[in-house]
Each structure stands twice: as structure tokens, then as C-alpha cells.
Design a protein around this ligand. Structure first.
Ligand SMILES: *Cc1c(COP(=O)(O)O)cnc(C)c1O
Length: 398
């Protein structure tokens, strides 16, 4: 049984009839299992904000059911803020890749994190334990207490001692933005006991690491980055169990941070090439990390053990000069696109974090963050080599 472009059909097919498949297969097929039976190849984009129903008693029952558990309503969708079939395809696919029961998409990574914090705060669990560094705005959201939460910053070894009865969440990134510091998620999940561990998996993507397999209850992505992969979609998503997802859908419905269906479509398309993109960009990054490490103009290179397409490095000279001299590489914040981006965290992505806290988290003022794309690696190196050139050696030129 399926309805045209129905989200229930896509969900049911995925949940009950799909055998265990490898990541590369899931990337191109998950969230699309019903299409061939509907005579479709590309997923339809459903732009409806509302859905007709001649059975208002039935619709009332579906709304009651949603209010009780946050489970997606059976039958036709009700209203765009409650759920959208095209977005649901992306959620289904991401959950398959992260190996979680389900996923809930939001308008941005920050909207996704906000919803998680509100779910916990609504239960009176307003205390958060977090490990620095985090993405600058995530750090700021916690430090400013904008959502009525209180944060204790600690290192992974200190998490167990930092827990209180009212602790609602433990929040980490691994590899972390921007230093690429890594955390043993399995050991950390153990220290969290019954407190949900949220692992921001934006940098690793499910291609390199699936935190839920290591005990994280919540896996967050800024889907703006690798999942979209082309620098043209802003989105966030939380992959988790059905129970937590119900709370997240209710908060999303109440606060309105929904993902637009066109963005859902682009994200589903982005997922199809995610494994290929991440592996190719990671091969470029591993090569560049090696060349940077061997270069006397570079004092330190951070490249994660699990690999990936992000590099952080500290320069001997002025990092602002390096940013000013790149030509092929784009000097811009954000990451995870097909093209290579570089930025100076102390000036841009982590500017909002207090300088003492920022440096304490290992974000040196000389640190540059490179998001390596799919260009030819020698072309990228030639650009970096020129950008690293010291002014004194470039005399006679500018
Ligand atoms: C960018 C980013 C975020 C925030 O995501 P937006 O989509 O920009 O709201 C959260 N976590 C990490 C690790 C990020 O890099």
C-alpha cells in the first residue's frame, strides 16, 4: 500500500522490507524504496503546506496521536510544519546511514541543536555538560544560556564527575571544529550513564564514523556541510531513536524550525554521492596534510586518525596573509563543499567564543582551518604553496 509521494510508504518500505545493505548502497537507495513501484525514478518534491481531508474526526485523532508521542501521523500529512514527505525521504535515508531508528530534520544545524536543548529543558533538565572545542555558535549558545540552560565545560575524563541530577545532555564534537581533536565516543558514552550523549558528527559524516554504534543516543549534523555537499543548502538533522525523535518533532512543530522541501530534495540528492565525495576529498586531504607537515613554514598540522577532508594547521607567519593570498582555494567560512575553503577560526568561525576560552580549547591565533574539496591535489598544493610564501621571499612581487 502506498500513496503518491507518501511519506508513510517510504518509511514502511525502509523499516520493514529492506534488508541490511552496505553504506554505499544505502546512500543511493535509502528513502527511495517506493519510487519504482510508483513509476518514478527521481523523488517527487511535495511543496504543499496543507493537505485536504474530508474526515475531520480522523484528522483530530491523528493530531491527538502526534500530541501524545510525536510519532508521524498515519495516513496523509496534515500541515507542512508537522511533516513533509520530501523531507521525510531525507530523514529516512540519513537514519539508514547513521544506523539509527529515525532522524528529524531542521532548518539549520543550530535549529537542530536548539530543539535538542529545548526537549531536555522542557523536562526540567537544564544542565548541559560539554567538551571544548565546539563549533563557535554551539559554544556561544551554551555559554550565553540563551535557552535557559547552564553549561559545565570539562574534558572527556571529567564528564562523569560533572553530571548532576538535572543534567539533560552531554555534548561533544569528534573530530571537533576547528582543531579536529578526537574523543573516544564509546568510553565517553559509558561515562554518561543514562544521560543522553549527543555527538556532533558533522566533520566525520556516517561514511567515517557512526556514533550511535558507539553509544551516542543523538547524532547531530549541520547538513549544510558534507550532507548537502555543494554549499547551496542550509539544514540540520538529528539521527536518534523513535522516542527522542517524537519529542524533537513536537518541538519542531511548536517552534517552527522546519526544513524546506526543496532543501530536503537537495539533501537526499547530496547523500547519494556522500561516500564518494568524502573518500575522494579525504584522499586529497591526507596528501595535503603530509605535505604541510613536511613544510618548514608550517609549525603544526592537525589531521584526525579517522581521516576526513578537514585539516587544521598553524603557520609560522601571519595567518591573515595566507588567507589574503589564496586564489584557487576560496577564503570563506563553512566547510564540506566540493570546492576547497580556508578560514581563520580566531577571526571567523570561533570569533564569538571568548579569546581566553578559545585559546584554552587549543584554537591558537595562528590556526587555519582547511576544508579540502575535490580539485586536483597538485593544483591545491600549488595554491597553498604560493599562499604560504613569506612576503620577504616574494619581494619584487605582490
Ligand atoms: C556549521 C556547524 C554547526 C551549525 O550548523 P548550521 O547549519 O550552520 O546551523 C554545528 N556544528 C558543527 C560542527 C558545524 O560545523
Amino acid at each position: 500500500m502506498f500513496t503518491l509521494a507518501g511519506m508513510d510508504s517510504a518509511r514502511t518500505a525502509t523499516a520493514s522490507r529492506t534488508p541490511l545493505r552496505a553504506l554505499a548502497t544505502e546512500a543511493v537507495h535509502a528513502g527511495r524504496d517506493d519510487l519504482a513501484r510508483q513509476g518514478l525514478h527521481a523523488p517527487p518534491i511535495d511543496l504543499s503546506t496543507t493537505y485536504p481531508s474530508y474526515d475531520s474526526r480522523g484528522e483530530a485523532a491523528r493530531i491527538d496521536a502526534f500530541a501524545a508521542t510525536g510519532a508521524e501521523p498515519d495516513g496523509p500529512p496534515v500541515y507542512g510544519r508537522l511533516g513533509n514527505p520530501t523531507v521525510a525521504r531525507f530523514e529516512t535515508a540519513l537514519a539508514r546511514l547513521e544506523k539509527t531508528e529515525t532522524a528529524v530534520a531542521f532548518a539549520s544545524g543550530m535549529a537542530a541543536l536548539t530543539a535538542v536543548l529545548l526537549v531536555r529543558a522542557s523536562l526540567g533538565l537544564r544542565h548541559v555538560v560539554a567538551v571544548r572545542p565546539l563549533y563557535g555558535c554551539s559554544d556561544h549558545l551554551l555559554t550565553a544560556g540563551l535557552l535557559g540552560t547552564e553549561v559545565t565545560w570539562t574534558d572527556p575524563a571529567g564528564v562523569a564527575d560533572a553530571l548532576r541530577p538535572e543534567t539533560g545532555l552531554v555534548l561533544v564534537e569528534s573530530p571537533a571544529n576547528p582543531t579536529l581533536a578526537e574523543i573516544d565516543l564509546r568510553a565517553l558514552a559509558h561515562s554518561c550513564g543514562s544521560v543522553p550523549l549527543l555527538a556532533d558528527n558533522t566533520f566525520a559524516t556516517p561514511v567515517l564514523q557512526r556514533p550511535a554504534e558507539q553509544g551516542a543516543r543523538l547524532v547531530l549534523h549541520s547538513a549544510t556541510k558534507y550532507l548537502g555537499g555543494h554549499g547551496d543548502v542550509m539544514a540540520g538533522v538529528v539521527a536518534c531513536d523513535e522516542e527522542f525523535a517524537g519529542h524533537l518533532r513536537q518541538v519542531r512543530f511548536a517552534t517552527g524550525g522546519v526544513l524546506h522541501p526543496l532543501a530536503g530534495y537537495l539533501l537526499l540528492r547530496g547523500l547519494a554521492t556522500l561516500p564518494v565525495r568524502v573518500r575522494a576529498a579525504s584522499a586529497n586531504a591526507a596528501e595535503l596534510a603530509g605535505r604541510l607537515a613536511a613544510d618548514p613554514r608550517v609549525t603544526r598540522v592537525h589531521y584526525p586518525r579517522i581521516g576526513g577532508a578537514m585539516i587544521a594547521f598553524e603557520v609560522d607567519g601571519d595567518p591573515h596573509e595566507v588567507i589574503g593570498r589564496v586564489r584557487l582555494i576560496t577564503p570563506a567560512v563553512s566547510l564540506g563543499s566540493v570546492d576547497t575553503l580556508i578560514q581563520h577560526p580566531a577571526s571567523i568561525s570561533h570569533r564569538i567564543v571568548d579569546a581566553v576560552d578559545r585559546r584554552g580549547a587549543g584554537v591558537s591565533d595562528r590556526l587555519l582551518r582547511l576544508s579540502v574539496g575535490l580539485e586536483d591535489v597538485d593544483d591545491l598544493w600549488a595554491d597553498l604553496d604560493t599562499a604560504l610564501e613569506r612576503p620577504v621571499r616574494a619581494s619584487g612581487q605582490y
